[in-house]
Write a protein that binds this ligand. Structure first.
Ligand SMILES: Cc1cc2nc3c(=O)[nH]c(=O)nc-3n(C[C@H](O)[C@H](O)[C@H](O)COP(=O)(O)OP(=O)(O)OC[C@H]3O[C@@H](n4cnc5c(N)ncnc54)[C@H](O)[C@@H]3O)c2cc1C
Length: 543
């Protein structure tokens, strides 16, 4: 690409994960000039970046894929919860089937975007200074994209090796015999810890908040020829039903909670139901239990108490048990994303594994040799793993320097609170849209489900604009305010409201504490989006 304006597009999509790829696929039949700009050297989004040991999906494979029959009919998953490697193979298969790469510029990070009022278009600049003009700008930059690395004093003096989990070396890093430290016990921290415990000479896990993990209950999916044929037949029968059902559940998964509330049944019935969900594995105990588990504190305490009893039975040292499964947890059960584990609690019974509680003894600084905690102890480390999460949901949008109408930047606009309409657009930023962003189901929705819902909706909007010769689409401030109030109102009715979680921006200094997800669930979200479309995109200024 040259230094000058070399390219004119109708739609520029940022990101080649589930969302961006789907958006490209659905926009193509409209005959528009569409391209994806992707920062990474390959497609797959999070499944390209997160190649740390143990990286794995935690919603089961039959739901964590596109609903397009042209893809699933001949694709066969090897595991119920696929690892990063299998996910990458999946994305390559998707590309083979849909022939996407010819319209994707890899290694092309979008640095800034500036709205041109006269031309009704965006000027996009990538990091080598090249610029492109586009009429529409769709940001599919992901939920967990911008790695968060705490600003530890002395990190630059560390003589060992350190990596954030989402920036792990692509050719791997052997942890065998090393002294490994993992900071953080969210999903990535749990997954790395399980791998490191098996081979490190010493593994020290630094925990700030206990993470109530649920057993994954991984399964190999039989790949012998006879079974494969049966499996294909079953898929053809069941998948269309399952993908339809996924649009009817709050989390975009095949199942949801039961209608009964926790205390409407006897204690015995409740116990048996919890046992059944726990034995099922995966997210069942979190999302498929009683309907009030995430809205009523007493109901939530009940399911937590069950989980705690099960978990304590797996940990030999009662003091360690209390750290990992405290009697009085900081957050209600499930208002921070629940992680799945395979042997996470058993590793704490091993001699080579140590747990340090950061609430009692925080990290003071990083030394040349390791981590120094407040009590003055230096913990010697060869490999330091930052499993410290992300500036989630809105972070990948605010990381781009976006200047809308009258010089307003998206960073300024959202600095005191996020304002969007339907979680897809923001006033002052005409012709700009985003998927899996703030105030949509995003972090609470199965990734591919929401990629498709929002992708389809935006494609319909583009069709509408094409048919009516519309060149300008901007969310109205009053529609945006209405949407914000709805998001806040629903959130306030749930236990999510107080969660110290990335769901609320709580992990980022100076980020407003507010719900970043639309908690009303997929069906209500879809209904609102549908109503807006049916009323000629009510709430948008179109011209
Ligand atoms: C380790 C991990 C495990 C997860 N497991 C699950 C799971 O089991 N179930 C689930 O539902 N969700 C899971 N998620 C959430 C996941 O984000 C979504 O499932 C899904 O991948 C979102 O797809 P996406 O296309 O919106 O975003 P992503 O997959 O994040 O893709 C966004 C892409 O945009 C690119 N990009 C961002 N900014 C720029 C820029 N400025 N210029 C150019 N390119 C840019 C990125 O490089 C990336 O490739 C997981 C996330 C992580 C990190």
């Amino acid at each position: 690409m040259s230094e000058s304006l070399c390219n004119e597009l109708d739609v520029l999509i940022v990101g080649a994960g589930f969302s961006g790829l789907y958006q490209l696929h659905t926009l193509r039949p409209l005959g528009l000039r569409v391209k994806i700009f992707e920062a990474a050297s390959d497609i797959g989004g999070v499944w390209h970046w997160n190649c740390y040991p143990g990286a794995r999906v935690d919603t089961s494979s039959e739901s964590y894929q596109y609903s397009l029959s042209s893809i699933w009919k001949d694709w066969h998953w090897n595991e119920k919860f696929p690892g990063q490697n299998e996910m990458q193979k999946y994305f390559h298969y998707v590309d083979e089937k849909l022939d996407l790469k010819k319209d994707i510029c890899l290694n092309t990070p979008v640095k800034s975007a500036k709205w041109q009022e006269c031309e009704k278009s965006w000027i996009i600049t990538i990091d080598n200074g090249s610029v492109v003009r586009t009429r529409f700008f769709i940001i599919c930059a992901g939920v967990n994209t911008e790695p968060l690395v705490p600003k530890y004093k002395g990190l630059d003096t560390f003589k060992g090796v350190w990596h954030h989990t989402a920036r792990w070396p692509r050719d791997g890093l052997d942890l065998t015999g090393k002294r490994v430290a993992v900071i953080g016990t969210g999903a990535s921290g749990v997954q790395v810890a399980q791998e490191a415990a098996a081979c490190a000479s010493k593994l020290t896990i630094f925990q700030r908040t206990a993470n109530p993990c649920l057993p994954m209950r991984q399964q190999k999916i039989n790949t012998c020829i006879a079974e494969l044929e049966n499996h294909k037949k079953l898929k053809e029968e069941l998948y269309p039903i399952m993908f339809r059902r996924m649009l009817q559940t709050p989390g975009g998964l095949a199942y949801m909670s039961v209608p009964q509330t926790t205390f409407s049944v006897t204690a015995e019935e409740r116990r048996l139901f919890y046992e059944q969900l726990y034995a099922q594995g995966g997210v069942a105990l979190w999302l498929w239990g009683y309907s009030d588990a995430l809205t009523d504190k007493a109901a939530n305490d009940e399911v937590y108490a069950f989980w705690r009893r099960k978990t304590l039975a797996r940990i030999k040292d009662p003091k360690m048990g209390e750290k990992l499964a405290p009697e009085h947890p900081e957050n209600a059960f499930g208002v921070k994303r629940i992680s799945l584990e395979q042997n996470f609690y058993e590793i704490f019974n091993q001699d080579n594994v140590e747990l340090l509680d950061l609430t009692e003894n925080p990290i003071e600084r990083i030394s040349e040799a390791g981590i120094v905690t407040k009590d003055g102890t230096e913990h010697a480390v060869d490999v330091l793993v930052m499993a410290t999460g992300f500036d989630s949901i809105s972070g990948s949008i605010t990381a781009i320097n976006i200047e809308g109408k009258n010089g307003v930047t998206i960073q300024e606009k959202w600095s005191k609170g996020t304002h969007t309409y339907l979680g897809v657009a923001s006033s002052d930023f005409p012709n700009m849209f985003f998927t899996n962003g703030p105030q949509a189901p995003s972090g609470l929705c199965n990734g591919p489900t929401c990629a498709e819902i929002q992708g389809d909706w935006l494609t319909e909007l583009m069709k509408y604009a094409q048919a009516k010769h519309i060149e300008y689409i901007e969310a109205r401030p009053e529609a945006e305010e209405g949407w914000r109030q709805l998001v806040l109102g629903i959130n306030a009715m749930t236990l999510f409201a107080n969660a110290k979680s990335w769901y609320n921006g709580a992990n980022i200094e100076n980020k407003p504490f507010e719900p970043l997800n639309f908690i009303g669930g997929v069906p209500l979200y879809m209904q609102r989006c549908k109503e807006v479309a049916e009323h000629d995109y009510e709430g948008f200024s179109l011209s």
